[in-house]
Design a protein around this ligand. Structure first.
Ligand code: SAM
Ligand code: SF4
Length: 338
């Protein structure tokens, strides 16, 4: 016999056992990438076989189930989600899914120039574009294979399409924590974008690079303040999603700081993740997972899948334990999607 309480708790917008409303799912559409960012994956990377990845139908079925249990926001990520040939169709179908109010994409922007228009027409609301420096040579060093001009062509195309734009910069000590950070912050003076500085997080697959390279929010705020003057805190210090937001006085855009290492925001966490191979990941930085590809491929019906989803989400862990050096080891960031 099914026990009702967990489902009942979640059907009104999704509450976990810690009282948090969980209404946002990030879905990785592939683990493959056309770049090899030094902090994210090694240059020689092995990817999953195509048959291990969720099909379009499987992805959309899960999204319908999420919409039905109170999820309102979907963000597609990867690997590099623009490498999925059916991305536009997936976004269109997601936009039409009952309950889903917001559809976003996180991308390295390399292929966005040609995709921004079809994505906008399909109903994409917002795009987060990763850009760790404005220096062409440094960009090539960090991404190993990337051309900064392609990213800017993507940003221009997304702007033309009217998509909401945020720029993501992962800061790595010794790579982009000096002039690069200041140049990115300066972009917000004339552009209405949010430039977000993300603290480098440790993952088992690339720990050799990551150890000792995290630059904290307070170090960055100090550096940016020294150049541009005191930053104005926005939203009275309340988080916007996972970011604390500031503004350079008079700037058109804003600065976001995502600081899972130095200022964890677990109490405000409202999300879960689906990896490209169909695993529900309950916390980015913990290895607790539930295999939904297996359930789907074993023929479970929607009621049973919904029940399993709500139960798993209800058990979402409180948060990470980086302070005790409990690092996620099962998967790297490119497999989970960030
Ligand atoms: N390829 C897309 C991109 O780069 O935007 C989407 C996937 S990527 C894994 C998502 C985000 O995770 C990017 O903003 C990337 O910079 C960030 N990221 C990757 N490895 C990270 C790490 N170890 N710590 C913090 N952020 C990381
Ligand atoms: Fe690819 Fe994104 Fe990872 Fe860079 S951060 S290697 S673009 S998945």
């Amino acid at each position: 016999m099914k026990t009702a309480p967990d489902t009942a708790v979640l059907s009104d917008g999704g509450r976990d056992r810690h009282g948090r409303t969980i209404s946002y799912v990030r879905i990785s559409l592939t683990d493959v990438c056309n770049l090899r960012c030094v902090y994210c994956m090694p240059e020689k990377m092995t990817f999953r076989k195509k048959q291990e990845l969720l099909t379009d139908e499987e992805v959309l079925r899960l999204i319908r189930l999420f919409g039905g249990i109170g999820f309102r926001k979907v963000r597609f990520t990867g690997g590099e989600p623009t490498l999925r040939s059916s991305l536009v169709e997936i976004i269109r179908a997601t936009r039409e899914t009952a309950g889903i109010e917001s559809v976003g994409l996180t991308t390295n922007g390399i292929l966005l120039d040609n995709l921004a228009r079809p994505l906008g027409e399909a109903g994409l609301d917002s795009v987060n574009i990763s850009i760790d420096t404005l220096d062409r040579d440094r960009f090539r060093e960090i991404t190993r294979w990337g051309n900064l001009d392609d990213v800017f062509a993507g940003i221009r195309a997304a702007t033309k399409e009217g998509l909401r734009i945020k720029l993501n910069c992962v800061v790595s000590r010794g790579w982009n924590d000096e002039q690069d950070v200041l140049a990115l912050a300066a972009l917000t003076i004339d552009n209405p974008w949010q430039v977000r500085f993300i603290e480098l997080m440790p993952f088992g697959n690339n720990a050799g690079f990551q150890v000792g390279r995290t630059v904290t929010e307070s170090e960055l705020v100090e550096k940016i303040t020294a150049r541009f003057g005191p930053l104005e805190i926005q939203n009275e210090g309340r988080l916007d999603g996972e970011a604390r937001v500031y503004r350079i006085p008079g700037a058109a855009g804003s600065l976001g700081f995502i600081s899972p290492v130095s200022r964890p925001f677990c109490s405000a966490c409202n999300r879960v993740r689906i990896t490209a191979d169909g695993i529900l990941r309950l916390c980015l930085l913990r290895d607790e997972e539930a295999d939904f590809r297996r359930r789907i491929r074993e023929g479970e019906d929607d009621d049973s899948l919904r029940d399993a989803l709500t139960r798993a989400i209800y058990r979402k862990p409180w948060g990470h334990d980086l302070k005790s050096d409990a690092f996620p080891n099962k998967r790297g960031m490119s497999e989970i999607g960030g």
